[in-house]
Design a protein around this ligand. Structure first.
Ligand SMILES: Cc1ncc(COP(=O)(O)O)c(C=O)c1O
Length: 402
């Protein structure tokens, strides 16, 4: 009966929604912190957190209460007026970023990336003329699906069939200084990267490489754009991943967990660079929506109050240590990569889908980023005992498949 309800909604979904995702035959109807319940009221433990959107957990009470209060007052004054929550959220983002002085709000990661590309180009064109517009990004990166963000996303499988792509992007190899040097020229206006590549399979940038990039950018007035859509808000052991390294970006892009489940994105920069955006140059109807912004305020307050970055650091190192033990035991596990609670295991065989489906049957929500890569992005409110549940399950499964 319970299973039937899931299947009924699943089939209806296939009838009415475009097939842009391979969907699993489970429909979640309720969620709280690290747990989800399906339409048959079966409980699941979540290790993907809405693709990294729920660092503070599903339907976190602080977020829900803030939203309830706000939606009864005002949700969407137009952007020719400030609204209180957006102003307060912008102030908080500047404060926690440590370097930010101005914020532009959008609805999503991709839209915030578009804003960053436009700001970098505008800054550069204002100062150096129209031929300085190129952006260097990195192979295996992911910056979103809109056409500008897709051009920045150096993954041919995602770009193919949408050509011609937006002109002006060059792709270098992560952690390879020579490869960046080769791409830099008089046309370069920005270098953009994820401090830990997420969708590409959890590949952290080296501290030394990031420091070197920062130096190159400062020396030539090339803007360093950090895409922290997935790494932001405590995920890697600091509020933002760049704070693990001794660097400061010129532009910081955030989204996902910013809204605590509500759609929200933001681009943060300095006064000096932000001056290139004047009225009419760029915009977003829903950006800085009062409801999403009230959720964002609650998210930041919760992260600070409960030291979620500290939890991510401690639990991440516990989790990775245990996964390393699995690697020693079973040849099927080829590599463990990660930072904080942003972790992947690379398998020697294309068994990731089989593992995700089998876990779902046993009440665990896992995620694969390729045929042989499993990614773990649990809500940061998770406890050690929850990680142990997954580890026991993984140990049995991997032993069975090895
Ligand atoms: C690093 C990074 N940038 C940008 C995006 C795009 O965000 P959105 O899906 O909200 O447009 C994602 C989404 O996964 C991401 O991981």
């Amino acid at each position: 009966m319970n299973g039937l309800k899931n299947i009924e909604i699943y089939e209806k979904g296939n009838n009415y929604l475009m097939a842009t995702y391979t969907r699993y035959p489970v429909v979640f109807t309720k969620a709280r912190m690290q747990y989800l319940w399906d339409s048959g009221n079966r409980k699941y433990l979540d290790f993907i957190a809405g693709y990294g959107c729920l660092n503070v957990g599903h339907s976190n009470k602080s977020v829900v209460n803030a939203l309830k209060k706000q939606i009864g007052k005002i949700m969407q004054p137009s952007n020719v007026f400030f609204n209180q929550p957006q102003v307060e959220l912008a102030r908080k983002l500047c404060e926690i970023s440590g370097f930010g002085q101005k914020v532009f709000f959008a609805n999503s990661g991709a839209e915030s990336i578009e804003a960053a590309i436009k700001l970098a180009r505008k800054y550069s064109v204002d100062k150096y003329g129209i031929s300085r517009y190129e952006v260097i990004t990195f192979n295996r990166s992911f910056h979103g699906r809109t056409l500008g963000a897709l051009a920045a996303t150096a993954q041919p499988v995602k770009q193919r069939m949408f050509e011609p792509l937006l002109e002006g992007f060059k792709y270098a190899d992560l952690n390879n200084k020579d490869s960046v040097q080769e791409k830099i020229c008089d046309k370069t206006c920005a270098i953009m990267l994820e401090p830990v590549q997420g969708e590409g399979g959890i590949y952290p940038a080296d501290a030394d490489f990031l420091k070197w990039l920062e130096g190159i950018c400062r020396g030539r007035d090339i803007l360093l754009i950090l895409d922290e859509v997935q790494t932001g808000f405590g995920r890697t052991g600091k509020m933002f991943a760049f704070q693990n390294f001794d660097i400061i970006p010129d532009i910081l892009v955030v989204a996902k967990s910013l809204g605590g489940g509500m759609p929200a994105g933001a681009m943060i920069s300095t006064d000096r660079i932000s001056k290139s955006f004047s009225p009419g140059i760029h915009g977003s109807t829903f950006g800085g929506n009062a409801a999403s912004s009230s959720a964002g305020i609650a998210v930041i307050d919760y992260i600070l109050k409960h030291d979620l970055p500290g939890r991510a650091k401690e639990l991440g190192s516990y989790f990775m240590g245990k996964l390393e033990r699995l690697k020693e035991k079973y040849p099927l596990v080829r590599e463990v990569r990660g930072m904080g609670l942003m972790i992947a295991i690379e398998l020697n065989k294309p068994l990731a889908d089989e593992i995700v489906r089998s876990a779902l049957k046993d009440g665990l929500v896992l995620n694969k980023v390729s045929d042989s890569t499993l990614r773990f992005l649990p809500p940061l409110v998770i406890k050690k005992s929850h990680i142990d549940i997954l580890l026991r399950w993984l140990n049995n499964k991997i032993r069975e498949l090895d």
